[in-house]
Ligand binder design. Structure first.
Ligand code: ASP
Length: 329
């Protein structure tokens, strides 16, 4: 029987109702008591790293989860991380960079309703996560409402219903139906994973049109800036191109700037409109293409944890990790 480690981090799945609303209270051991039949699928051990609403999860927590897996990697056949849904896609992306090419499954799951509620998706999601963790799936994946989504492609697209996550610009890897895994894609892996333990959390995000003083402010205090633009992407050219000039100042100081899009599907293409072509021609700005903003954020934090060289960050940004970017032109 496969040996699986359940890593508890908090979230709705582990929450109870208090005077000021839901907050995570249950440990991973307590979660497991709600699904006693899991003994038929695998042999589970538990560890509780922290109990946080995932709104409070920071890059240092990603590193703690990755470290917990690295320290016990040899002892287990797979890992389940129970996590709040709000930032689960960021953690799924981060684990895809911090633990690359894992031959063992690292499965994130959570729920929209707490496990103690009469109507809940917690038990099904947890059971499905163990089914995937005990299978021959590889790498960091997110399991939710019967879907298995690649860690670099997950996004929370519904705030209330059970169908909370979508796979963006990439097919769903597998389905779990009545406890059976129907696998379409098995991510590439290596005999041993490659672990990293350093991230740089100085990455900011903004939308164009903001006062350009905000661009200067953010680039002074951060190593990278993600601009979530409109449509296929571009920078405003009004007011004598103030926004453009502010971005240029940051790039001239060796900072990294990535253009992504607010549109959920199909990604960026700065080569289409004048507002995009001029910046791509004149500035060393990067573009996200088909990557999610969640993956861009985690990838920049991971990359900047490895190097501060602007050219090296640019080169490695476009090297696919866990199929995170495939549509580079
Ligand atoms: N606010 C919760 C969290 O992200 C929501 C959830 O888990 O569904 O921790």
């Amino acid at each position: 029987m496969k040996k699986i480690l359940l890593i508890g981090t908090g979230g709705t799945i582990a929450s109870e109702m208090g005077e000021s609303g839901l907050s995570p209270e249950l440990t991973s051991q307590q979660l497991l008591r709600y699904i006693p039949d899991i003994e038929d699928i695998c042999d589970v051990r538990c560890v509780q790293l922290f109990s946080l609403d995932s709104t409070n999860i920071q890059p240092k927590h990603w590193v703690r989860v990755a470290d917990a897996i690295r320290e016990r990697y040899g002892e287990y056949d797979g890992f389940v991380v129970s996590h709040g849904t709000d930032t689960m896609a960021y953690t799924a992306a981060a684990l895809s960079y911090l633990i690359q090419r894992s031959p063992k499954p690292i499965v994130l799951t959570g729920a929209q309703k707490p496990i103690g509620f009469e109507t809940t998706d917690s038990k099904q999601n947890l059971r499905d996560a163990f089914t995937v963790a005990a299978s021959d799936m590889t790498g960091a994946v997110l399991v939710f409402n019967g879907k298995v989504i690649l860690g670099t492609r997950a996004r929370k697209t519904r705030s209330k219903s059970f169908e909370a996550f979508s796979s963006i610009n990439y097919p769903v890897l597998a389905l779990v139906q009545d406890g059976r895994l129907i696998r379409y894609i098995r991510p590439e892996c290596a005999p041993e994973p490659i672990f990293s333990d350093r991230v740089d959390d100085k990455v900011a995000l903004l939308i164009p049109g903001t006062d350009c003083g905000v661009v200067d402010y953010l680039l002074e205090r951060n190593d990278a800036l993600i601009i979530e633009s409109f449509g296929v992407g571009g920078l405003p050219t009004y007011k004598a191109g103030d926004f453009y000039q502010a971005v240029k100042r940051g790039l001239d100081q060796g900072k990294t700037v990535v253009m992504t899009t607010q549109v959920e599907n199909e990604g960026s293409d700065l080569s289409v409109y004048h507002v995009g072509t001029v910046i791509k021609r004149d500035l060393p700005i990067l573009e996200a293409y088909d990557m999610t903003t969640e993956a861009v954020t985690a990838k920049l934090m991971w990359l900047l944890g490895q190097t501060r060289d602007q050219g090296e960050v640019a080169r490695r940004f476009y090297v696919p990790v866990a199929s995170d970017i495939l549509a580079v032109k």
